[in-house]
Design a protein. Sequence first.
Length: 271
Amino acid sequence: MKIISLQPSVSVILYRLGCLDSLAACTRYCLEAVPALRELDLPIVHDSWTTDVDELLPIHADLIIASVPYQQESLAAILKSGQPVLALAPHTFADVISDIRHIAHIVNAPAKGEAVIMEMQAAMDAVQMRTKDIPSRPLVYCEEWGKPLIHSQPWVAKLVETAGGKFLGNPGATTTLEAVADAEPGVIIAAWCGAGNRVPLEKVIAQRNWQHLPAALEGRVYCISDELLNTPAPTLIDGLNALAQAIHPEVFGEPNEPSVRRMGQIPVSSV
């Protein structure tokens, strides 16, 4: 079974299954998510958003696995390649688990798939156990994109709730500066697609005039690398741990990983 992976989530899942040798091609974003892929010297293709039929046709594979986000033109190109296609469209954490199980069966590694799923669920249970009796559940605004403002996906909402927070807004929907400001979130998380941990938090807060929000005043504004929250794969557990530290540092400790960056506290005199 040889697979063309058109999203990092697919490559991450294959990596956790111990099945990188199943790959026939991947995207450059896959190389960033799974550095071990660099040693395989695979053909590099564009992702599910930008691929075209000309780059897919020369690669001999048994299956193309694509995943959200899609663009109509790229999806048409994938179908025109004439190769079997598995098009994933996860929305919830349960969908992510289902996709891991499905891919595990495709590469004949169902037992490993169940082991990965059990590890993820155990990690979720462990965090939830430490937060279930905490009386304070801060309101958390998680942002997947800044122009327009887009709430993070439903699976992130699940992680926030598990980590002892309350997710602000409708997952995956657009919102406005005013709506977020009116809600007065106690924690703000920026996880912009493709931005890594490089979201300019100080600039964003100043431009939006959010200096007066509780999150800014208390220094609870964080950038979490997007691959930890936006990639529907086992790495979501790393995102859960980062969220738990940001939401309840008194329980989990302050975030100290390179994948998480915290904005400094806003001086009262500047508000």
